[in-house]
Design a protein around this ligand. Structure first.
Ligand code: COA
Length: 415
C-alpha cells in the first residue's frame, strides 16, 4: 500500500527533540527523510542519557525512526556543495538550529531559493520575532515562557513544569502541520515558503484555556471552578489550579485503594453535570441529587472541596481499575493515573501500534511510542533509527556521485 507522503523528500537538518519529532512524523507518513549529521559526532542525543555504553541512546532512537542518516560537514566547502545538491533534490528542509546558524553556514533563505525555488524551509525556534528571538531554547524554557509553568502546580508551591514535552514534541507537531500545509499550497503556487513554529507560541497555543481564564479573572475577579474559590485569594494573574479541570466540568485527582504504598493509586474524577444523580447514587449520597445546595452545577461550586472529599471516601475503597469499571457503567467520566510501567505493559496499546517494539542492531529490542495519528490508507510501520552515516553512500549514489567521488569526499573530510 502506498503512503500518504510517498515521493516527498525531506532534508532533515534537525537535532535534539523538537525538529526530530516533526521529521519522524513525516517519515511515518511515508516521506523519505534524510537526516544530515556531522561525521564522527552526529545528533548530540545519540550519546546523551545512554543506558548502554557506546550504543545510540533511547533518547535518539525514539525520535529518529524511519529515517536515513548521511554525514556531511556543512562547513567544509566540498561538504557545502553536497548539501547544495541535496537542497536541489529535496522538497522540504527542516531545521532547528540556534537562531542564525543556517545563515552562518551560508544557507540563507535567498540562497536556498536560488538553489530550489520550490523548497519549503521549516524551522523551530525558541521565540518568534521580538526581544528573545536570538535566544537558544530548550523544552522547559518554552514551558516557562509559554504560560504553562505559571499555571501548573499548586497554589502554595512554585511554578512546575510538566513531563509532557509540549515545548519540544508539541512544537514539532505544530511544525509538521505547517509543512504539509505548505506542501499543499505549493501544489497550486508552485513555490516554496518559510514555515516557522516558535516554541513559545506552540506552548501558548496549548495553554489557551489559561489566557481565556486570565480575561475572565480580569473581568470578574474570581473563577468559581478554581480551588482558590470560595475561601482562597485570587491575585492579578491566573493562579495555579492544582488538579482542577481546565473546563466547565469540575474534576480532581482522588486517592484509591493502595495509595499509601502505590504513588499512582489515584483516579481523575469528573463531576459531569448530566451524571450528577448517578454519582450521588454510586457514592451513597442519594440526597445530594435533590438537595438545593448540591443539585445544580452552580450550587455545587462553593462545595467542590467537600464533594471531592466525599467521593474520595468512596474511591479509597476501590482500586483505580475497580473504580473505573464501576464508574464507566454509569457513564461517569474518569481516568486511572497510569504509570509508565503500566502503559508499557498495556496489551491494547501494543495492539493499536501506539506502543511498538523495535529491534536495533546494537541495542537489541526496545519499546517506543508509535504514530499517535492513524491514517486508514497510510498505516505506519515503525522501523529502527539509522546508525550514524549508515546511508551516506546510498544517498550520495542517488544524488549522482560515483564511488570514486564519494571516497574522495570522505578523504577530504567533507562527508
Ligand atoms: N556540519 C558542520 N556544522 C554543523 C553541522 C554539520 N553537519 N550541523 C550543525 N552544525 C553547526 C551549526 O552550524 C552550528 O554552528 P555555529 O554555532 O558555528 O553557527 C553548531 O553546529 C551548533 O548549532 P546550535 O543549534 O547552536 O547547537 P547547540 O547545541 O549550541 O544548541 C539548541 C542547541 C537546541 C539550544 C539550539 O539549537 C536551539 O535553540 N534551537 C532552536 C530551538 C529548539 O529547537 N530547541 C529545542 C531543542 S529540543
Amino acid at each position: 500500500m502506498s503512503k500518504a507522503l510517498d515521493g516527498v523528500r525531506i532534508l532533515d537538518f534537525t537535532h535534539v527533540q523538537s525538529g526530530p519529532t516533526c521529521t519522524q512524523l513525516l517519515a511515518w507518513f511515508g516521506a523519505d527523510v534524510i537526516k544530515v549529521e556531522r561525521a564522527g559526532a552526529g545528533d548530540i542525543t545519540r550519546e546523551q542519557l545512554r543506558d548502554i555504553p557506546d550504543v545510540d541512546s533511547l533518547y535518539f532512537t525514539m525520535l529518529n525512526h524511519n529515517k536515513r542518516s548521511i554525514t556531511i560537514d556543512t562547513k567544509n566547502p566540498e561538504g557545502k556543495q553536497v548539501l547544495e545538491t541535496l537542497i536541489q533534490k529535496c522538497d522540504v528542509l527542516v531545521e532547528n538550529f540556534a537562531p542564525g546558524a543556517l545563515d552562518r553556514m551560508g544557507f540563507t533563505w535567498e540562497r536556498i531559493q536560488e538553489l530550489n525555488p520550490r523548497m519549503i524551509v521549516a524551522s523551530v525556534k525558541g521565540f518568534g520575532p521580538g526581544p528573545y528571538e536570538d535566544c537558544k531554547v530548550y523544552e522547559n524554557v518554552a514551558q516557562c515562557a509559554g504560560g504553562a509553568a505559571s499555571t501548573t502546580g499548586f497554589d502554595d508551591g512554585p511554578p512546575v513544569v510538566t513531563g509532557a514535552q509540549i515545548g519540544d514534541s508539541g512544537t514539532g507537531l505544530h511544525l509538521a502541520l505547517g509543512i504539509v500545509t505548505a506542501l499543499y499550497q505549493r501544489t497550486q503556487s508552485g513555490r516554496g515558503q518559510k514555515v516557522l513554529a516558535a516554541m513559545q507560541d506552540g506552548v501558548l497555543n496549548l495553554c489557551r484555556v489559561k489566557l481565556r481564564d486570565q480575561q475572565r479573572l480580569d473581568r470578574t475577579g474570581t473563577m468559581k471552578e478554581y480551588p482558590q474559590y470560595p475561601n482562597g485569594k485570587f491575585g492579578e494573574a491566573v493562579p495555579r489550579a492544582g488538579n482542577a479541570s481546565g473546563g466547565g466540568q469540575p474534576g480532581w485527582i482522588l486517592k484509591c485503594k493502595g495509595w499509601e504504598t502505590d504513588p499512582n493509586a489515584y483516579i481523575y474524577f469528573i463531576t459531569q453535570a448530566p451524571v450528577w444523580a448517578k454519582i450521588c447514587n454510586v457514592i451513597g449520597k442519594e440526597e445530594w441529587a435533590t438537595d438545593p445546595n448540591y443539585a445544580t452545577p452552580a450550587a455545587r461550586l462553593p462545595h467542590l472541596k467537600d464533594i471531592f472529599a466525599e467521593i474520595e471516601r468512596w474511591t479509597m475503597t476501590k482500586t483505580k481499575f475497580e473504580a473505573m469499571q464501576i464508574l464507566n457503567k454509569y457513564d461517569i467520566p474518569c481516568g486511572p493515573i497510569l504509570s509508565m510501567k503500566e502503559i508499557a505493559e498495556e496489551p491494547s496499546l501494543r495492539k493499536t501500534g501506539t506502543i511498538v517494539e523495535v529491534d536495533h542492531p546494537t541495542r537489541g529490542k526496545y519499546l517506543t511510542v508509535g504514530n499517535p495519528i492513524k491514517l486508514s490508507d497510510s498505516p505506519t510501520e515503525v522501523t529502527r533509527s539509522p546508525l550514524l552515516g549508515e546511508h551516506t553512500d546510498e544517498v550520495m549514489a542517488e544524488l549522482g556521485y560515483s564511488p570514486e567521488q564519494i571516497s574522495a569526499l570522505r578523504t577530504a573530510g567533507a562527508i
